[in-house]
Design a protein around this ligand. Structure first.
Ligand code: 1CP
Length: 324
């Protein structure tokens, strides 16, 4: 989860060299380098592609910029003509560069390490396309509630383009996929089916039509009691779980074949070693190793000391060895 983030000095150097965040995303050599950096430092099991969920709306024709200290600035859509102008078929030059990154990463990664590709889920991506950047999602929520025709067309186009994007990542060497619905928790439970589960299921079906059984993790952040329903509706292999939710409770909502991923609070990396270790133990206790991918509950924060990440990984490994 945001492994290659701003907490690593070597990332900051490459980012500077690239010029901007977006130039880094579209520079296969440098994007490969920052994808691999955390793996050189830490004893991790998998790498996550360095890119961003907003590459999809960018490829669909919306202008995109990442402003220093401000986050993304994306061109918005507000009506049917805006949505009908969005590209959703054919080829997307932005994707070629990301796929090239995936290929470089796979060949630079030791064979026993996995490579996770990703995209944003349609609700989260559409919310950025409506709001134009980081926001409270009020406008996007109003549109979701009013459900104008153009909103459904928007979700459908994001689904189609996301499938193209993910299939290319698999062809280039991704071995698992994660779909990030960071703002799923904003929605009332009555809208989760239509706006979260259904469009994610359409993406998963599209991917598995070409690659049957392909492993997919769904991270619907903030849906606590609805993880089970979403997993069932989407046929995810694993669900990413936000912090402050009991993994055991979520496991109880899932069938035996579905695993959990998560969910240590990234804030614990900013405190004492003792509280970090207590946090690791409380995440791991009582969760079967065979159904758990250890991870943070959300992205790593920029003030994190890499030494704390090292201690975290060592603690998880120790716990592993005690059990097996
Ligand atoms: O300054 C910088 O260097 C940019 C910081 C950064 C990074 C490292 C952004 C800007 N994106 C990323 C990479 C990224 N984003 C990855 C690659 C893996 C990695 O580097 O470790 C992934 C998986 C994402 C996914 C992403 N981007 C999400 C979903 C996951 C989540 O964090 O909830 C979202 C919501 C975004 C949008 C985004 N990208 C970046 C910013 C500042 C934002 C806006 C966040 C917000 O609205 O609060």
């Amino acid at each position: 989860m945001r492994q290659a983030g701003r907490y690593l000095p070597e990332y900051k150097l490459v980012r500077q060299k690239a010029g901007s965040f977006l130039q880094l995303c579209y520079n296969p050599e440098l994007a490969c380098e920052v994808t691999l950096q955390p793996l050189r430092r830490f004893d991790l099991d998998a790498a996550i592609l360095f890119s961003d969920i907003l590459v999809v709306p960018h490829a669909m024709g919306l202008s995109l910029d990442f402003k220093e200290g401000e986050g993304p600035v994306l061109q918005t859509v507000a009506n049917l003509p805006d949505v009908e102008r969005l590209a959703f078929q054919g080829s997307f030059e932005q994707f070629d560069r990301v796929w090239e990154t995936v290929g470089l990463v796979r060949s630079g990664l030791a064979p026993h390490l996995s490579l996770i590709g990703f995209c944003g889920a349609p609700w989260t991506v559409a919310s950025y396309m409506i709001e134009g950047g980081s926001s409270d999602r009020k406008r996007a929520l109003a549109v979701a509630h009013e459900n104008p025709i153009w909103f459904q067309v928007l979700l459908d186009r994001v689904v189609q383009v996301s499938i193209v994007y993910l299939l290319g990542q698999i062809r280039a060497g991704a071995e698992a996929l994660q779909i990030f619905d960071s703002w799923a928790g904003d929605l009332p439970t009555g809208l989760l089916d239509r706006l979260v589960s259904l469009p994610i299921k359409q993406i998963i079906d599209g991917v598995r039509q070409a690659y049957p059984g392909f492993p997919i993790i769904v991270f619907a952040r903030g849906v606590a009691k609805s993880h089970g329903l979403i997993a069932e509706a989407t046929s995810a292999n694993a669900v990413g779980v936000e912090e402050d939710v009991s993994l055991r409770d979520v496991l109880g909502q899932l069938t035996e074949k579905v695993a959990v991923q998560g969910n240590l609070s990234p804030q614990l990396l900013l405190g004492s070693e003792a509280s970090l270790l207590a946090g690791v133990k409380s995440v791991l206790d009582g969760v079967p190793l065979s159904r758990h991918i250890f991870n943070l509950g959300h992205g790593i924060t920029p003030p994190t000391d890499p030494v704390m990440v090292e201690k975290l990984v060592a603690a998880v490994r120790r716990y592993d060895e005690e059990l097996v």
